[in-house]
Design a protein around this ligand. Structure first.
Ligand code: ZN
Length: 77
């Protein structure tokens, strides 16, 4: 029985700690708000969808990685 009480206390502490940290994270999120819906683009090489800001612009479109951009440009020459 003591063990269960201890378990409950531990859970309560964890819950309070998480609630506290979430509040800190929430405040941080307010300062740098993530765009709710960023434009998605597809990699011209593999078709992977990624946010426009993460895409690498190339001659043939947007790419998910340097390797795919290089591969695309090599095959389209
Ligand atoms: Zn790709």
């Amino acid at each position: 029985m003591k063990f269960i009480v201890l378990l409950v206390v531990i859970f309560a502490v964890i819950w309070f700690a998480r609630r506290g940290s979430r509040r800190v994270m929430g405040a941080r999120r307010e300062k740098t708000p993530l765009p709710p819906r960023e434009d998605m683009v597809a990699c011209s090489q593999c078709g992977l969808h990624l946010p426009r800001s993460e895409g690498l612009p190339g001659r043939g479109g947007v790419f998910c990685s340097e390797a795919h951009r290089a591969e695309f440009e090599r095959t389209r020459k």
